[in-house]
Design a protein. Sequence first.
Length: 301
Amino acid sequence: MVGNTFGIICHGGAGVLRDPEAAAAGLGEALRASYALLRQSGAAVDAVVEAVRVMEDNPLFNCGTGSAPTYDGRTEMDAAVMTQTGEFGGVLAISRVRNPVLVARKVMTETDHHLLAGEGAVGFARKCGFEDHDPMTEGARERLARLLAAGESPFFSLEKVRKYGTVGAVAIDRRGRLAVATSTGGITGRLAGRVGDSGIPGAGTWAAPSGAVSCTGHGEAILRLMLARDIADRMKTMPASVAMTLALAEARRRKFEVGAVGMDARAGFAFGHTTPDMSYGYMIAERLFLFTDGKDRKKAT
Ligand code: ASP
């Protein structure tokens, strides 16, 4: 740990970006809100949940409101939160809630379980007071209609899946604690009931004393690599950026379309993707950095 350095890194999904300017604006909003908590000595876990909550409410991102529908037009979302001490909560294929990440956090803090799925997850959310909310948007409906009109099968091929948009955040607080949160609407046109990597510990979301990582991209590939855990494990012996580079080299060799952001215990940031693009940004030492469309979008103090 380096003194009381604190900071946060977020991604807004890997793949081809629909609207890079809007992605940068949305990431900036999430980073500012979560960094403010860290500045006030907030916990890393509060910061990552806040960052993801803000992006879940932004229909641009594929999570919460604006989530990608299944082949038969349902919204099923996965989300998870984890701390470096191994506390974990996740929801899988949850529907009709506004903020899956907040439900995931309740699973972590209010139950002895780690994962709740489907109707059980919705029932738990209602017991916790989360109201009924339809996350479907016109844009998500149109994307599904275009896919169906093109005759795509729900057993989609990897080459055709280029738009992701899952969100994730990794933070370190003033006390050197790491945490991560990830939230997704899945992939447009998948089979109902399909669960991706985002809510699965070790796959899309992982935190340990060595480092914390949130992934995006083709969920099945990330599951096979157990990518978040792989990157965090590598951080035991090398800086975050080297760990990321080596793990993604293996993904690239296998032609997997993935991306990730992470941070090690020394507040070293890392980001990378094998997809054409990924939107991401970070805030550290009062400075905000945003990257989309392969460009450094904006540097602000
Ligand atoms: N990883 C997500 C999934 O496969 C998709 C994404 O990153 O947008 O469900």
